[in-house]
Design a protein around this ligand. Structure first.
Ligand SMILES: O=C(CO)COP(=O)(O)O
Length: 283
């Protein structure tokens, strides 16, 4: 049997087979930055997940999976996405005096065999590039290439999120040129999907999407109260050529998470104008 079949079936759960688009919710922030507000306790996690059943996929950490396995069981349930790595994002919290820079030191939390056995459809891994120390950069490229190869053997899909190791140091990290480079590297390493931060406008993002032949999911960033800006970001992402969004805080911290998710589905899958989706949300 061919493991490509497994990957096709799993990708078909994540990307809507009709629209080729996806609304994925990220809920794995704790593994990088400690207990996130909205998902601090087991009770908060359970409450948040009660609102996420309409997502195309939901991303958790390995440790959250046993708490939530029933969430993924059944026809029409969200695809299971696993946040595959820890990274040293929270360094300024636990290393007093640190400047908090994230140099891109990462650790893989599970083997791809374990991931496939757990029923995971796709893994998400960061690709930190642009380090001053080129041995770190080389390790990152090799780490991602190995994940892609290991995932191919067991038929699991791979989402790569490229990030600049020096992004805290300047806006250059978000330029169209740099994001295009990073997204294309991710696709060329073999990502099935590329997740990337938004760089501010449809005009600035469109060249990033058009030069990345793997479908792109746009990341959310902070937010949560403002339903309109969340739906607008999704609409702009689609207008710029993305295949969808992977939002976390904007949904699980929203006052009405299920309604925001419903609005996102309308904008992403049905091309519904933002104002109409907002009116439905309130109606
Ligand atoms: O995928 C994400 C984090 O890994 C996106 O989460 P946010 O929308 O909260 O930035």
């Amino acid at each position: 049997m061919d493991s490509r079949t497994g990957k096709k079936i799993r990708l078909g759960r994540l990307l809507n087979p009709v629209t080729g688009r996806s609304v994925v919710i990220a809920a794995s922030h704790g593994v990088m930055s400690g207990p996130p507000s909205g998902l601090r306790t087991r009770a908060e996690i359970e409450t948040a997940f009660a609102h996420l059943g309409a997502a195309d996929g939901v991303m958790v950490s390995p440790g959250m999976l046993p708490l939530l396995e029933d969430f993924y069981v059944g026809r029409g349930r969200p695809a299971a996405v696993l946040h595959l790595d820890w990274k040293n994002h929270g360094r300024k919290i636990y290393t007093p005096g640190s400047d908090g820079r994230s140099e891109g030191v990462l650790a893989q939390l599970a083997s791809l065999e374990e991931v496939a056995a757990a029923g995971i459809d796709a893994v998400m891994t960061y690709l930190y590039v642009g380090q001053r120390d080129s041995t770190l950069e080389r390790a990152e490229i090799e780490r991602n290439a190995r994940i892609v190869a290991d995932a191919a053997k067991v038929g699991v899909a791979v989402i790569i999120e490229p990030r600049s190791a020096l992004e805290a140091e300047g806006e250059h990290a978000l330029s169209t040129e740099v994001l295009s480079l990073y997204c294309r590297i991710s696709a060329d390493i073999g990502a099935d999907l590329v997740k990337v931060v938004w760089n501010g406008s449809v005009e600035a993002f469109a060249p990033v999407a058009s030069t990345c032949y793997a479908p792109i999911l746009v990341a959310g960033g902070p937010g949560g109260e403002d339903e309109k800006s969340t739906l607008q970001l999704a609409a702009d992402s689609i207008a710029a050529g993305a295949a969808g969004v992977m939002f976390g805080r904007r949904v699980f911290r929203a006052e009405r998470p299920a309604a925001v998710l419903d609005g996102l589905r309308s904008v992403v899958h049905d091309d519904m104008p933002v104002d109409e989706a907002l009116a439905r949300l309130s109606g």
